[in-house]
Design a binder for this molecule. Structure first.
Ligand code: AMP
Ligand code: ZN
Length: 113
């Protein structure tokens, strides 16, 4: 198993866990780009957004609901937050196991860099 996020989910690498359930895992990003920067990761290994299949719809929807719960718990939901999922090289994807970035706690720029 060479995937960093599969190793993190298997608890082979210590992280600051924010949330976990049967299908989803959330942790603090090691290199935060905002005061709140959390990664919401499916336990199932899916390499990129392009690999999301017909069986994954409920899982992807659940990732967004977990992001909503974390934003609410962190008290940033009303102020606002950004959810980002990068896909492939030009987007900046570096870990090829899909993950939703939850960014909050500062005003975000648009368009993103
Ligand atoms: P992306 O560039 O969209 O693939 O995002 C990968 C994210 O994983 C980056 O924001 C990294 O800072 C984060 N990351 C990499 N290694 C770790 C780690 N060991 N623990 C927590 N976050 C990590
Ligand atoms: Zn993986």
């Amino acid at each position: 198993m060479s995937c960093l996020f599969c190793k993190i989910i298997a608890k082979e690498i210590p992280v600051k866990t924010v949330y976990e359930d049967e299908t989803v895992f959330a942790l603090e990003d090691i290199n935060p780009q905002a005061p709140v920067h959390i990664l919401i990761i499916p336990r199932k290994h899916i390499s990129t957004v392009l690999d999301i299949g017909n069986d994954d719809h409920a899982l992807i929807g659940h990732m967004f609901q977990v992001a909503n719960k974390i934003a609410t718990d962190k008290k940033v939901a009303e102020r606002g937050f950004r959810l980002v999922m990068n896909c492939n090289r030009e987007s900046g994807q570096t870990v090829f196991h899909i993950h939703l970035h939850l960014l909050a706690g500062r005003a975000m720029h648009w368009p993103p860099g």
